[in-house]
Design a protein. Structure first.
Length: 156
């Protein structure tokens, strides 16, 4: 069995296979600009039981600063998007989703966030369909939203 080694630009503390896959995806979508985004992609891994067990552990102010920088990088990457890349949602929509969530996470770690407004923003983006369903159908979305915002509110 042949071992495939990641290219040299994929190094550091993260699992090298994850970094390699992320790098390949980002380079395909954003061209060479994508290489610089690999380390900051990990900043989204803040909730330990949502598929990530090696969560980001940074001081709140440092995390906020890095996420703001990621927003800027993603805004700058708009011109580099490879519209022909096969991806669903399409590459530009994916970039916009990354910008939305990076901005949300940055706002949630700002010095004095309006948690109620940010909770509504998150709910409307992720779970809005549940507003049309009876509460008893599935209580997890409301609980997940509360837990998500509390995570940021308790971050020091």
């Amino acid at each position: 069995m042949r071992t495939v080694r990641p290219p040299a630009f994929v190094s550091g503390k993260l699992n090298s296979r994850h970094r390699y896959i992320t790098a390949c995806l980002f380079v395909k979508i954003f061209g060479e600009t994508g290489r610089a985004l690999v380390d900051d992609d990990r900043l989204f891994q803040v909730i330990p039981d949502w598929g990530s067990y090696d969560v980001v552990k940074l001081p709140r102010a440092e995390y906020h600063k890095r996420m703001r920088a990621f927003v800027e990088q993603m805004e700058d990457a708009k011109g580099a998007v490879n519209a022909g890349a096969v991806l669903f949602p399409d590459p530009e929509k994916y970039r916009q989703e990354l910008v939305f969530f990076a901005r949300l996470f940055a706002d949630l770690t700002a010095p004095h966030p309006d948690y109620d407004a940010l909770k509504r923003l998150y709910w409307n983006r992720v779970y809005r369909i549940y507003d049309r369903l009876p509460d008893h159908v599935d209580p997890r979305p409301r609980g997940n939203t509360e837990r998500f915002v509390r995570h940021f509110a308790g971050w020091t």
